[in-house]
Each structure stands twice: as C-alpha cells, then as structure tokens.
Design a protein around this ligand. Structure first.
Ligand code: FAD
Length: 265
C-alpha cells in the first residue's frame, strides 16, 4: 500500500479515487482469497459483477472493463472459475484492449490517520450507498439481467457479497442479522436507500468509541447537522430525522453529479 501525504478533501463530495480503490481491493485482494469460485459463491460473484457493470458510475474505460468482465463471467462455460483466470483477464487480457482499472490504492475521503484505519471498509460503504442511489436513479438498469426487478435487488446482491466474501467476518455477521430482521420490508428503491442509511447509522452507533474508530473521524450519526441541517428536527425536545430531507441529501451526495474524478494533490 502507498503511504502518501495527507490529502485535503471536501466532506460534501464523493471521490472516484475512493470508489475505484475500493473496486480494485474488492476484485484483486478480497476475491483473491478464494482460489476457486463455484456454487453459490460463483452466483454471488456473477451477480455483483452484473450490478457493478450496470450501475457503477465509472469512467468509460472502467465501465468497459466491468462490462467485459460481466459478459465473460456470465458466459463462462464451466461451473467453476479459478480466481487466477479473473485476475489474468483484469490485469493482462483487458489491458491489451486499453481497458483498465487502476491497480493502486488512493484513499481520499477514506484516508485514515493511521494505515490500518478506514480505507477499504469505508470505500465499501460508499460504493454500496452509491449503488443503492444509482438503482433509484436508473430503475430499469437491471431489467433483463435475470437478477429480478424488486426494489431491494442491489441490497440483496450486496448482502450476499458481504456474506460470502467480505473479509471482516464479524461485520458480515452483524450485517446479516440486520438484513434478516428487516430487509424483506423494503418495497421501493427510495426505501432501499433509506434502509441502508439507517443500518449504517446503527453500525456507527455501535462502533462509536471502539478501538477501530479513527480519532480524526469519530463515528457520528450521519449526515451531521453541520452538513445537512435540514435533515435534523426536534419534536418536543427529542431529536428526530426528517427522512424526506435525508433521502434528498443521500440522493444528491451519492449521485454521479457529486463525484469528483480528479485526484486532489
Ligand atoms: P464508515 O462508517 O466506513 O463510513 C464511510 C463514509 O460513509 C463516511 O465517511 C461518511 O461520509 C459516510 N456515511 C457515514 N454514515 C453514513 C450513513 N448512515 N449513510 C450513508 N453514508 C454514511 N466494523 C466493526 O468493527 N464491526 C462491525 O460490525 C462492522 N460492520 C460493518 C458492516 C459493513 C457492511 C461494512 C461495510 C463495514 C462494517 N464495519 C464494521 C466497518 C465500519 O463500519 C467502518 O467502515 C470502518 O470502521 C471505517 O469507518 P469510517 O470512519 O471510515 O466510516
């Protein structure tokens, strides 16, 4: 990993460096711990690649790479894929056609004040929220993919990814517990965005003050009043969320329009 100087960033923006670094880590590091993809895990991998190919708000070369990967994975003739074949496709075969996913890590909004803090799990949340917002912005994107068209398709697919591959096993267990309790209640794409936001805040509350917390990035209920005053209300002295405003904020924050493509110096 690179140890670079601190990069200043805007809390109100989303950075492509974080999303691409997360994607790089997911495809080249996390998946690499599985030598062979088969059975239910292979199905999960195919579905995640499909969701990414249809909904990741990437640059053209990255989207072409994801689409090429999706066609290759979905039409793979055997019921097992050696991980090395995925890596060879990503690193060598696609390069020849000019398709490229950066193979370095460059955290911006996911920088940690120490190397073991933040980084990949932070980018995974950002990717997950972005995909949930993209699904609402492009309700037809997953039609004809065989993934079904119910509102929580993205949530269900990423839930399976977390369950099958996410490196932090305690995280996967906690997440699965929340999904079991209430994911079936999600009915609309907007409901899916809010479900994920709410669960992420439950995780934030649980982890506040934990050893894993970066002192420079305390675990707060998000969005804070500082970045979204209208998301917060007080009714009879009690704090409540204005969910219509939260939804509006999430749809803006995690939209392609809010993505910064250039790396900050
Ligand atoms: P993160 O929580 O990673 O958030 C990243 C960014 O998302 C924030 O900087 C902010 O911009 C934005 N954000 C914050 N809250 C919200 C919200 N509610 N809605 C939308 N956007 C928001 N770690 C554990 O130690 N135990 C666990 O059980 C655990 N479970 C996890 C489950 C999942 C599915 C994932 C992806 C991670 C989990 N983690 C867990 C890791 C943990 O949640 C953090 O990702 C990690 O500690 C890094 O924290 P962070 O400060 O970068 O902020």
């Amino acid at each position: 990993t690179d140890t670079k100087e601190w990069k200043d960033f805007d809390k109100l923006k989303l950075y492509m460096d974080d999303l691409e670094s997360g994607l790089h880590y997911l495809l080249r590091v996390e998946l690499a711990t599985h030598k062979t993809l088969e059975g239910a895990q292979l199905k999960t991998f195919k579905d995640v690649v499909t969701v990414l190919a249809k909904l990741f708000p990437g640059s053209q070369p990255v989207m072409k790479l994801l689409e090429t990967l999706q066609v290759w994975v979905v039409s793979f003739p055997l019921d097992k894929i050696p991980y090395d074949a995925v890596l060879d496709l990503l690193n060598n075969k696609m390069r020849i056609s000019g398709l490229h996913l950066p193979s370095h890590i460059r955290w911006v909004s996911c920088q940690g004040s120490r190397p073991e803090l933040r980084g990949y799990p932070c980018s995974f949340w950002e990717l997950f929220h972005t995909l949930s917002v993209q699904a609402a912005l492009q309700p037809k994107a997953l039609l004809h993919t065989g993934l079904g068209d119910g509102a929580p398709v993205v949530l269900q697919t990423m839930r399976r990814y977390i369950q099958d591959f996410f490196g932090c096993r305690a995280c996967a267990q906690h997440f699965e517990q929340m999904a079991k309790e209430s994911l079936h209640l999600v009915e609309t794409p907007d409901g899916a965005i809010l479900w994920l936001w709410e669960k992420h805040n439950i995780v934030n509350a649980r982890l506040a003050g934990d050893l894993s917390e970066d002192p420079k990035f305390p675990k707060l209920q998000w969005p804070t009043p500082e970045i979204c005053p209208e998301c917060h209300e007080e009714i009879k002295g009690l704090h409540t969320w204005n969910k219509a405003e939260v939804l509006r904020f999430l749809k803006h924050h995690y939209s392609p329009d809010n993505l910064v493509f250039a790396s900050p110096e």
